[in-house]
Design a protein around this ligand. Structure first.
Ligand code: ATP
Length: 375
């Protein structure tokens, strides 16, 4: 599985509710503080060789919409592509913030290549801010899951999707990039609906600037509490977090792949954030989930980021689990068979493969909690 990175470039780089202990930065730019204490935003430019020729770009029907723009099906030369047209903003401050976000997204996307990351084709600055990528006609994972609800994904399919996501994230983290907005809306299915690719780098950041980053971000439901909660900060202390925020989000996504339910169902976004940060609540795992899978999910969303596994460890754990599963009873390679969904519950008949080392402590902790709850 190749994961490549182009380091030749210099360019770096919802739903919000205000609450006394939940904060977001109004200005989303990464800042550097000079010696005299003044704050400046780094220049974000787009290399000319990343630009597409607007004359060859044809925009057709709208296929999606996000908080920052619209996405259309289109054609670039002889390729069928997705064309994301970003909102220009109305005030000068908004315009500047959106232009920086655009440049950052283009620079991030153009630098990392992996089969589970949406492929960047090019960008256009004038007359509109446009990002051209490969088209993924299989819909978002969110739509797909909602479409088959209340059925569950076939377990092999769920694990395959989880592995696709973990591999994309492993590639980003290997190159020092934190995505910060991992959620089913940003995961797109390929045409045959057998693979998932990660899209939307609008909030992605380089790890090297994390200490300067603020908590302007995506949706609380999938966000690691340390991204938005100031509860553990002493006065004047800066917020620190690392790439383990993506592992937390992955834990929530894996839970959704296994349960096909909305995390923190019935709660508002703010209530979900409060429950996760202050009451250490997490979505509940069904009784019949395989212990090894329950362990992976719980270790990803554990409160202490340092106790969360890396994506390389997640991949190893998922693969180990996959080897313990009997082969699928039907061919999941037949996209027309509609067999990627199942109504049956997942039973606990398989033996658990031991996970050693750092995580044995977590495993014992979760096992003890489960025993306590079942008493
Ligand atoms: P937000 O910032 O709110 O997450 P956004 O404005 O950055 O959203 P995207 O999330 O990138 O926009 O895209 C919005 C929707 O457009 C996606 O949920 C998806 O349905 C569709 N979409 C985006 N990129 C592609 C693509 N390459 N192929 C097919 N559909 C796409």
């Amino acid at each position: 599985m190749s994961c490549s990175y182009n380091n030749s470039r210099e360019g770096r780089e919802s739903e919000f509710e205000q609450h006394s202990v939940l904060r977001k930065s109004v200005d989303s730019e990464p800042k550097s503080v000079s010696q005299n204490g003044s704050i400046s935003s780094p220049q974000l430019s787009i290399d000319d060789n990343l630009l597409v020729d607007p004359k060859l770009l044809l925009i057709r029907s709208k296929i999606g919409e996000g908080a920052h723009g619209r996405v259309y099906e289109g054609r670039y030369g002889d390729q069928i592509v997705a064309v994301k047209v970003l909102n220009p903003g109305s005030t000068p401050e908004e315009k500047a913030a959106l232009e920086s976000r655009f440049a950052r997204e283009v620079n991030m996307m153009s630098r990392v290549k992996h089969e589970n990351l949406v492929k960047f084709i090019g960008a256009c600055k004038d007359p509109l801010m446009v990002i051209v990528t490969e088209l993924l006609p299989g819909m978002s994972l969110r739509k797909y899951l909602v479409g088959i609800r209340p059925k569950l994904l076939d377990l092999h399919v769920a694990i395959k999707f989880a592995l696709d996501i973990a591999r994309a994230m492993e590639c980003l983290h290997a190159h020092g990039i934190i995505h910060r907005d991992l959620k089913p809306d940003n995961l797109l299915l390929t045409a045959n609906q057998r693979s998932v690719k990660l899209a939307d780098f609008g909030l992605a950041r380089e790890e090297s600037v994390t200490e300067m980053m603020t908590a302007e971000t995506g949706t609380y439901r999938w966000m690691a509490p340390e991204l938005y909660s100031t509860v553990t900060l002493r006065q004047g202390e800066k917020k620190h977090y690392n790439n383990k925020v993506d592992v937390y989000s992955f834990g929530i996504v894996l839970w959704e792949l296994l349960t096909n339910r909305m995390p923190f169902e019935g709660m508002s976004n703010l209530q979900a954030a409060y429950a996760a940060a202050f009451k250490q609540e997490r979505p509940s795992l069904p009784e019949d989930v395989f212990p090894d899978l329950a362990f992976i999910v719980q270790s990803c969303w554990v409160e202490d980021p340092n106790m969360r596994p890396s994506f390389s460890q997640v991949i190893r754990m998922l693969n180990t689990f996959l080897f313990t599963l009997p082969p699928p009873s039907h061919s999941i390679s037949d996209p027309d068979s509609n067999n990627s969904a199942t109504t049956s519950n997942r039973t606990l008949t398989l033996s658990s493969a031991p996970v050693k080392g750092k995580f044995s402590f977590l495993r014992q902790l979760f096992a003890a909690r489960r025993t306590r709850h079942s008493q």
